[in-house]
Design a protein around this ligand. Structure first.
Ligand SMILES: NC(=O)c1ccc[n+]([C@@H]2O[C@H](COP(=O)([O-])OP(=O)(O)OC[C@H]3O[C@@H](n4cnc5c(N)ncnc54)[C@H](OP(=O)(O)O)[C@@H]3O)[C@@H](O)[C@H]2O)c1
Length: 376
């Protein structure tokens, strides 16, 4: 398909990543579905040819931003992206990858975590597989309780100085962890964190309470992952019915996810009645606007002020085109945003339930922590 069938006004727009000078398309192509997945074992993973076609089509939409990880496959996703990248103008694209999770021989006790040893070994492997000299955003895949944060941040800083990495990013942290990372980085005068990749969607909003407040106050751009909750927010999963096909029909059976924070990974067995209430409101709005459910769900994220770029996943051309249709040329009205915000609101518990009330009369835009205090 030629790029000519996508009108200019529907193509992506480009946002700065947090307060950095790096610009990326407002939709990022997630590459987790590229190549065999030993861990997820899902049947809709894409082979190399079809992955490359999806990447080409994404570029026709104006996309310049790809997200992968050493653990995807493991390694297959980075290899597929690398073999595409080596035949393109590397500098036109922004490539993000991640490290931390254990890969390879179990007896190598150092093949895991965010130690200097593992991070330097990981980036060397990622650069080889990606056929590039540098990664634009290098991200911790999760917190590592086994390494002092100073060691991780100094290693990041050295990787930037060595020109192997351009920017520092994080994934999957809670509020105190993110604040500690930001404070430590500032105290040591290191290259700052520019992005936070966090699961964020109409049915996963808990990060608004803490991590995103730290992001707002510190110029860190949010990159939501699983924006469709693995496929729930497309309308193809119905209340009370086990999905028959696609990733959601399989992922609950992944043994690898157990014990690795996998309970957070989208799984139909964990969808609640409230999730289906949210889905139904999203479906109503989609119908009223003549849009797909996926487009409304992605658009809601794009209109959140913390969002830099939404990381989509697609296992077909049709899914890619559908999701890219959220990028530009239309928007949700304030009333529609309010409806979606209301049905998907996270139930507030102590201390969050009392923080706003206590500060209602104390909003001072000149105060350093105004953003944090006023929006929780
Ligand atoms: N940092 C992290 O810890 C982390 C974790 C997970 C993901 N990520 C990143 O985020 C990216 C996206 O995550 P995700 O794949 O979980 O996103 P998602 O949007 O929640 O789910 C994508 C899946 O939903 C289905 N789908 C997508 N668009 C559809 C459409 N328009 N209509 C119907 N079905 C559709 C496809 O699965 P089926 O065709 O199989 O049904 C697709 O693989 C990943 O590729 C990865 O780069 C990061």
């Amino acid at each position: 398909m030629a790029a000519a069938d996508i009108p200019k006004e529907k193509k992506v727009i480009y946002n700065f990543v947090g307060s950095s000078g790096l610009r990326v398309s407002n939709i990022c192509l997630g590459c987790m579905t590229f190549g065999r997945s030993v861990h997820l074992g899902t049947p809709t993973q894409q082979n190399e040819d079809s992955s490359h076609q999806i990447m080409d089509r994404f570029v026709q939409w104006g996309g310049n931003f790809f997200d992968t990880a050493d653990i995807y496959g493991p390694h297959y996703s980075e290899q597929i992206v690398g073999r595409w990248l080596e035949r393109r103008e590397r500098d036109n694209f922004v490539v993000a990858t991640k490290c931390n999770f254990p890969i390879g021989v179990a007896q190598n006790r150092n093949s895991v975590g965010l130690s200097r040893r593992h991070m330097t070994a990981s980036i060397t492997g990622s650069l080889q597989r990606l056929h590039t000299n540098y990664v634009d955003i290098y991200q911790t895949h999760s917190w590592d309780a086994g390494t002092n944060i100073e060691e991780t941040l100094r290693t990041f800083d050295d990787l930037v100085r060595a020109e192997k990495v351009r920017y520092v990013g994080l994934c999957n942290v809670n509020g105190w962890q993110l604040q500690k990372i930001v404070d430590t980085s500032q105290r040591l005068g290191l290259n700052p964190v520019v992005s936070l990749q966090q699961q964020y969607s109409l049915v996963c909003r808990e990060s608004e309470l803490e991590p995103f407040q730290v992001c707002k106050a510190n110029g860190i751009g949010v990159l939501p992952w699983s924006p469709l909750k693995g496929g729930l927010l497309t309308g193809k999963v119905k209340r009370g019915l086990k999905p028959k096909e696609g990733r959601l029909a399989h992922v609950a059976e992944s043994k690898w996810l157990k014990g690795r924070g996998g309970e957070a990974f989208p799984q139909w067995t964990r969808f609640s009645d409230k999730d289906f209430d949210v889905l139904e409101t999203t479906e109503e709005i989609a119908k009223e606007k003549g849009r797909s459910v996926a487009q409304v769900a992605i658009r809601w994220l794009l209109q959140k002020d913390v969002t830099t770029s939404v990381i989509i996943g697609a296992t077909s051309f049709a899914q890619l085109n559908d999701n890219m249709g959220a990028a530009n040329g239309w928007s949700l009205s304030q009333a529609e945003m309010d409806r979606l915000d209301k049905v998907s609101a996270v139930a507030k518990f102590y201390p969050y339930s009392s923080i706003n009330e206590g500060n209602a009369q104390r909003s001072n835009p000149m105060a350093r922590d105004y953003v944090v205090r006023s929006k929780i």
